[in-house]
Every structure is written in structure tokens, then in C-alpha cells.
Design a protein around this ligand. Structure first.
Ligand SMILES: N[C@@H](CCC(=O)N[C@@H](CS)C(=O)NCC(=O)O)C(=O)O
Length: 229
């Protein structure tokens, strides 16, 4: 029973990071054939998915029975249903409700951050200035991350206790805050460190640096610094 997962350039394709972690962090990788494709622009993505209609975005998963699942949240829910032993959402109902709430907010919101500050795992940028809409979103992230931890009694690195799908969904955002050096709010700061030091995230980034092409259009016109260790 092999699943296929089609992902974009590991250094820049935000939702692909989340989908990879949904597989890797829950011990599912043996059942997956992961393919990395290299569109040069968003408008070029559909061309790489022409054999799996009607997909037109990355990530896209194809189930063993041939169903095309082409949205990261649908991939999350489908995997959670198909692999109940992996406990991808928290088992506790209250913690699960919190995890689903924050994950859904990530999926539906934060358009300022997503549009203004693209994911870039190559380096950090010095001197990025947050416009007002991004400041509001940064405050909102701090609020919902702190609330998730408080409501679930999380006392480790992750939002709702053990690593859950909520954390996979936020990994691209955490990396983005490191890239633009806006990981200064206290809960945010610790949560970004959790992602950056996560071995699965580090493997994804290392594989991207070793194998995937640089896409200069994702480099802001700002001085760069090395990725934080
Ligand atoms: N809601 C989708 C968004 C995925 C998405 O927009 N992916 C981008 C690349 S990061 C893409 O494929 N863009 C091509 C397009 O929109 O045509 C998900 O969560 O999977």
C-alpha cells in the first residue's frame, strides 16, 4: 500500500514542509514514495501535476486507491483517519479541539505573513521591517500559541503536548519568523527554536540545501546572515 506525495523545492515551498512533516514525524515514511518537483513559479506548478488531475497545487498526495488529495489540510485529515495508531491529533478531546482550532487558523489566515515574507530556508535577512498587518499577525501568533499551551497544559516544546498535526502545520511559519528575525516574542521565540532544532525539520532543510536549486526570486533585497544554529 504505497502512497505518493509530490512536494516542491524544500527551501521555499511552505505547505510542502508541513506535508513532509506529517509523514516523517509520525513514522509513515516507509509507506510513502516522496517526489520533489521544481516549478520555477507558482504559475508553473500545474504543469508538474498534469498526470494527477485535477491537482494544481503542492503538496499533492495520491492514495493507494488512486485518489488525488491536493490540499495540505485534507492530507492531514486523511492521514489522521487512515493511520489512527499514529495519533496525529492529540488523543485528549479538549487538546484535540485546541490543536484543530490553531491548525485551521493557520490554514485560513496570516495572509500578510504568507504574502509578504516568503519561506526561505537558505539564510536569514537582516533589517526586515514588519508592516502593520504583519505586526498584527505576529501578535496573533503569540496569542494563539500561548493559549494553546495554556489550555492543553503543554510543558514541552510543542503546542498541545506531544508533537501533533498542529505543529506540522506551523513549521513553515516558524521557519519564516527565523528567516526574517521576527522570533522575538517570548512564546514565539521558544516555539521557533523547537522547530529549528527538530531533527526531521533539520533533515528536510539539509536535503534541500544539498539537492534543490536556488530560486533567487525568493531573496529579498536585504543583507543576509547564516541560518541560526
Ligand atoms: N491550500 C493549499 C495551498 C497550497 C499552495 O498554494 N501551494 C503553492 C505552492 S507553496 C502552489 O502550489 N501554488 C500554485 C498555484 O496556486 O497555482 C494547501 O494547503 O495545500
Amino acid at each position: 500500500m504505497t502512497y505518493q506525495l509530490i512536494l516542491g523545492n524544500r527551501l521555499y515551498f511552505s505547505w510542502s514542509i508541513a506535508a513532509y512533516l506529517m509523514v516523517e514525524k509520525f513514522g509513515l515514511s516507509k509507506q510513502f514514495n516522496i517526489q520533489i518537483v521544481h516549478p520555477q513559479a507558482e504559475s508553473d506548478v500545474a504543469r508538474f501535476l498534469k498526470d494527477v488531475p485535477p491537482a494544481r497545487t503542492l503538496p499533492t498526495m495520491i492514495t493507494p486507491e488512486g485518489v488525488v488529495v491536493s490540499d495540505s489540510f485534507a492530507i492531514a485529515e486523511e492521514l489522521s483517519s487512515r493511520f489512527p495508531d499514529a495519533q496525529m491529533w492529540p488523543r485528549d478531546p479538549a487538546a484535540r479541539a485546541v490543536a484543530r482550532t490553531v491548525a485551521a487558523e493557520m490554514h485560513s489566515s496570516f495572509g500578510g505573513l504568507r504574502g509578504g515574507w516568503p519561506v526561505n530556508l537558505r539564510h536569514t535577512f537582516v533589517g526586515a521591517v514588519a508592516p502593520p498587518d504583519i505586526e498584527i499577525e505576529l501578535d496573533r501568533l503569540e496569542t494563539i500559541w500561548a493559549n494553546a499551551r495554556a489550555k492543553t497544559g503543554a510543558d514541552g516544546p510543542w503546542l498541545c503536548g506531544a508533537y501533533s498535526l498542529a505543529d506540522a502545520v506551523f513549521a513553515p511559519m516558524a521557519s519564516r519568523l527565523a528567516t526574517y528575525k521576527f522570533d522575538t516574542r517570548p512564546v514565539t521565540k521558544a516555539y521557533v527554536v523547537a522547530h529549528l532544532t527538530d531533527p526531521a525539520f533539520q533533515k528536510w532543510r539539509a536535503d534541500g540545501l544539498a539537492n534543490d536549486p536556488v530560486m533567487a526570486k525568493f531573496d529579498l533585497d536585504l543583507p543576509t546572515e547564516n541560518w541560526p544554529n
